[in-house]
Every structure is written in structure tokens, then in C-alpha cells.
Design a binder for this molecule. Structure first.
Ligand SMILES: Cc1cc2nc3c(=O)[nH]c(=O)nc-3n(C[C@H](O)[C@H](O)[C@H](O)COP(=O)(O)OP(=O)(O)OC[C@H]3O[C@@H](n4cnc5c(N)ncnc54)[C@H](O)[C@@H]3O)c2cc1C
Length: 427
């Protein structure tokens, strides 16, 4: 994408190609105009087109250009917030409602993959949230207790069980979540887009929306090549937002996150690492993630931006960290490096706005957008179809509010990751 190997890295190499999505040319009319071609926008477009609505989706660059085509591919259940905390922070109605929806989100993702025959390396074998030290283990034990009380299929593993499943590491334990799994994210979003096209949606790439205005009862989304007029507007631009109300654009702090991938591992080594093919991440504040892909590569990631001057710091750290967890990989490095923007909200919860009559946006998944983006896209479609009134939506409706010192906070995360990766194993 954009001939930049650090934008989508391995995923661009191994995803099936996207069908042509030519730029918008001239004026057009639809029932719904969707802005943004990631999981959220594409899922909304798919479900609306399946319900017979005329949908036009405008994407600034290409489907999957944003976080949806760059992420780790961990299909998580739930958010960062502890299950018991949700009713306290979101209230007695939305808290339990969101927990149910997101607890079931991986199942929804894997069902969509099957229903549409999406070729995206989907592996519904669970995830392992790995505990660093006693504090990490205590946090995961509490998480296991809270999900367990709700009947979720989660198991707390001890250090020996964790080491056995991983094939390495010295973690104090891990939370095995059998609802979750992994997929190839760019292949997934392209597959959803292909299904949306088949259902009748129009998707235009290279069509950045430069202006959104009202004309009578309709919204008009203008791009350099044309404009779409529609009674309904869906904004699904998340952390890559370059259109829409100012507050919406500035309500998230950007956390850079990178991935690096080894070449396909020799069979003898591959068999020793994550033989159950779970996806993993750890409890450190500057976390690490790792997962296998279908060809037996290991994809290793953490917080950081792969531009100069810090690229070498993150690459060298990632190599040391990976070799520390999996000594059998010594001598093996990374072939691919790529990174993207994670949008963080102050309370780590997503935001739902109704920024005008018949307009809706959901964003702010805090690094957990595969399941949420998919099910929120479906909820957006149900809202537009009149099947889900505002009070029945999964999140409370809020006003978009800019985060104070947003840029400085983002730079703080970026610098903190550099410091952490420079000093991690030297202290
Ligand atoms: C490196 C990384 C690792 C992550 N790991 C995971 C993970 O393992 N599991 C997980 O669940 N989540 C993960 N996430 C988070 C997840 O990828 C996101 O939450 C999710 O992709 C957001 O989807 P979205 O559709 O809302 O937004 P995006 O996928 O970002 O899509 C927004 C789209 O809007 C387009 N756009 C912006 N402005 C305009 C405009 N003016 N006109 C037209 N189009 C516009 C952009 O080009 C973009 O394609 C990760 C994110 C990153 C960056």
C-alpha cells in the first residue's frame, strides 16, 4: 500500500488482493454514506447492503489502510476495563450490555469469516494474556475470576503450563481465553469488503472526504472527485480521521504500535513455539505481543513508531526480547517491519456520537478493534435500519470532546517506548 513496506508489512504481502475500488467520480446518491474503510465502516456497509440499503463507502486511501490493515490480529473478547468495572463506569444498563456484546464479538467475527468464506488465516484457538511477575499474575487471576463468574471459558494457567503452551518464556502464568483467537487483519477487512461489494455496496478508494455538509434533509460528503448525497451519515475513521467534527478528530491520544515478522521458521523450530497457535500479549505497561502466522512466521510487536531516529532502538530491542522468550530463535531476525496508530481514550472505552440528525460514529477501541469494530459496525447498521434506537445502542451517546494536551501525551508515549526499549534489559 502506497509502496511503503512499513505501513502494512507482512499483511500486505500475504493478504489476497482487494477488488478494484475506483475513486468517486461525479455526484452520487445513496441511502447511507459511510466514511472510512476499516472494520467499523466496512462491517456497517456490509450489514446495510445485506438489508437492501444503497450504501456508498468513501475511503481516503484503500480498504484496510488504517489500523484495520496493520494490527496484530488478536481477536479479543472484551476491553481493557475489568468486567466488574464496566457497570460502574458505564452504568447498570450499558455496562452489562457492552460486556455481553464484546464477550461474544470473537464468535461473531469467526462466524462472519465462515459465512462469507473469507480467506484470512482465522484461528479460533484462544489467546494467552501472559503475566509478568506476581503483580501481572494477580491482575490476571482477578480477570479470570470476574469472567469466570459470568460463565466465560477462561482459564488461569500456572507458570509451567504457560511455558509449555508458549514453548518458552518465564511468565508467572497466563489467562487462556478460549473465546478469542487470531486472524490476518488485512485479509479479514478485504474479505469483509468483498462481501459488502457482493451484497451491493459501492466502495470508492482514493476518495478522501474533505467536507461534510447539510443540504436540506441530507448529508453531502465531498471528495476531490465528486460528492455523495444521502439522508444517513456514518463516520468510521477512528485514529486515522481526517474529516468530521473537530472534537471527533481530537478525542483520542495516538499510541504508535509496531509489528515485526520473522521469515517462515524451519519446521523443527516451528513445532516448538505455540503449537496450539494461540495469540499472545503480556501485562507490561509497554506491552509485547507475539503470534504465529499461517506460514509459520512469528509476528512480534510492541509500542513504538518505526521512523527515524528510533527504528533501530525498537528493532534491536524486539530481537533481544524475542530471543529471550524463545532462545531457539537465536540467529533468526525479522524480515518485515510495520507500524500504525492506536487511538486511546482517557478511560480506555470506545465513544459513540450522534453528531447530527441521522448521523452516527463509533471509535476509540484502544487497541482492541477487530471484534468491537465488527460488532459495532453491525450495531450502526441496525440503528440506521431503525431496528436499534439510540437508547438500545451498545454505548451511551456522548459529545465528542478534545483531549487536553493530546499531541504532547502522544509524544510522551512515543518517547516512553524508546526509553523503555533502550533501557529494558540494561537496568
Ligand atoms: C499496530 C496496531 C496493532 C493493533 N492490534 C490489535 C489487535 O491485535 N487486536 C485488535 O482487536 N485490535 C488491534 N488494534 C486496533 C484495531 O486495529 C483498531 O481498533 C481498528 O482497526 C479500528 O477500526 P476502524 O474501522 O474503526 O478504523 P480504521 O481501520 O483505522 O479505519 C479508518 C479508515 O478511515 C479512513 N479515513 C480517515 N479519514 C478519512 C476521510 N476524510 N475520508 C475517507 N476516509 C477516511 C482511513 O484511511 C482508514 O482506512 C491494533 C491497532 C494497531 C495500529
Amino acid at each position: 500500500m502506497l509502496n511503503d513496506p512499513r505501513s502494512h508489512g507482512l499483511w500486505e504481502k500475504t493478504a489476497p488482493p482487494m477488488p478494484a475500488t475506483p475513486p468517486l467520480a461525479g455526484p452520487a446518491e445513496a441511502d447511507v454514506v459511510v466514511v472510512g474503510g476499516g472494520f467499523t465502516g466496512i462491517s456497517a456497509a456490509l450489514h446495510l447492503a445485506e438489508a437492501g440499503r444503497r450504501v456508498i463507502l468513501l475511503e481516503a486511501v484503500e480498504v484496510g489502510f488504517g489500523a484495520s490493515g496493520r494490527n496484530v490480529g488478536l481477536v479479543n473478547a472484551g476491553l481493557w476495563t475489568m468486567p466488574d468495572e464496566m457497570p460502574r463506569v458505564l452504568g447498570p444498563v450499558h455496562g452489562p450490555r457492552l460486556l455481553d456484546l464484546l464477550g461474544g464479538a470473537p464468535a461473531e467475527v469467526f462466524a462472519l469469516v465462515r459465512r462469507h468464506g473469507i480467506d484470512c488465516e482465522a484461528v479460533p484457538n484462544g489467546t494467552l494474556h501472559c503475566a509478568v511477575g506476581p503483580a501481572g499474575l494477580a491482575e490476571l487471576a482477578e480477570r479470570a475470576r470476574q469472567w469466570g463468574r459470568r460463565g466465560a471459558p477462561v482459564t488461569l494457567l500456572d507458570a509451567a503450563e504457560t511455558r509449555q503452551r508458549l514453548g518458552g518464556g518465564t511468565y508467572a502464568g497466563a489467562l487462556l481465553d478460549r473465546r478469542a483467537g487470531t486472524l490476518q487483519p488485512l485479509a479479514y477487512v478485504r474479505g469483509l469488503a468483498r462481501a459488502a461489494l457482493r451484497a451491493g455496496a459501492q466502495i470508492h478508494g482514493r476518495s478522501p472526504v474533505t467536507e461534510i455538509s447539510r443540504q436540506g434533509p441530507d448529508w453531502v460528503a465531498t471528495t476531490p472527485g465528486g460528492r455523495v448525497r444521502a439522508p444517513w451519515l456514518v463516520l468510521a475513521t477512528d485514529a486515522y480521521n481526517s474529516a468530521g467534527p473537530e472534537g471527533l478528530r481530537r478525542e483520542q491520544v495516538i499510541l504508535p504500535y509496531f509489528n515485526m515478522a520473522t521469515p517462515p521458521l524451519p519446521e523443527a523450530i516451528r513445532a516448538t513455539i505455540l503449537p496450539g497457535r494461540e495469540g499472545c500479549w503480556d501485562t507490561r505497561p509497554v506491552l509485547s505481543s507475539f503470534r504465529p502466522d499461517a506460514a509459520g512466521r512469528l509476528v512480534f510487536g510492541s509500542v513504538g513508531q518505526l521512523t527515524q531516529p528510533e527504528f533501530a532502538v525498537h528493532r534491536d530491542w524486539a530481537m533481544r526480547a524475542m530471543h529471550r522468550i524463545f532462545p531457539q530463535l537465536r540467529g533468526i531476525g525479522f524480515e518485515e517491519h510495520w507500524f500504525g496508530r492506536i487511538g486511546l481514550t482517557p478511560d480506555h472505552l470506545p465513544r459513540l456520537h450522534l453528531p447530527g440528525p441521522q448521523a452516527i460514529s463509533i471509535s476509540g477501541y484502544n487497541g482492541r478493534g477487530i471484534g468491537p469494530g465488527t460488532v459495532f459496525g453491525k450495531a450502526i447498521a441496525a440503528h440506521v435500519l431503525g431496528e436499534l434506537p439510540a437508547e438500545a445502542l451498545p454505548l451511551p451517546v456522548s459529545e465528542a470532546r478534545a483531549v487536553p494536551l493530546r499531541w504532547a501525551k502522544g509524544q510522551g508515549y512515543r518517547a516512553g517506548a524508546v526509553a523503555q526499549h533502550l533501557l529494558a534489559d540494561r537496568l
